[in-house]
Design a protein around this ligand. Sequence first.
Ligand code: FE
Ligand code: FE
Ligand code: FE
Length: 162
Amino acid sequence: MTVKSMNDLFLHTLKDIYYAEKQIYKNLPKMAKSAESQELKQAFEKHRDETEHQIERLETVFEQCGVAARAIRCEAMDGILAEAKEVMEEIEDGQVQDAGMLAAAQTVEHYEIARYGTLIAWADQLGMKDASKLLQQTLDEEKKTDQLLTKLAVANVNQAAA
Ligand code: FE
Ligand code: FE
Ligand code: FE
């Protein structure tokens, strides 16, 4: 990792979340397919469409920085998604599996919320107004998704599983 300046650190973290978003985009269809609750399935499908636009926003930010869009492996997201996979493979009861997948999805959102929050603060500090705005749009979507998942968990998924 060759990070010498705040600008390098911003770009490094941008590449980290770019990797994470791409992995999420790849994994959400499997989670939607496995979901028994129709509402949970729909939530995963909707967020996959949003994720596609989030990836495009990141590519725009790379462009604004004058660097090629490149992903750096994010061990944290690999780990979170490995845990989600374990839930799908090892929990046989569909409704309990839904509760586990929902929890894994919230873990994903919380990682993203942490990353985007940091990137926005750094973009603001570095005077990157356009990047900050784009990243804020995505942060708002991640927060909304997290809230929707909480609602689903409390309103039916946890109850169905218990
Ligand atoms: Fe995302
Ligand atoms: Fe990471
Ligand atoms: Fe997300």
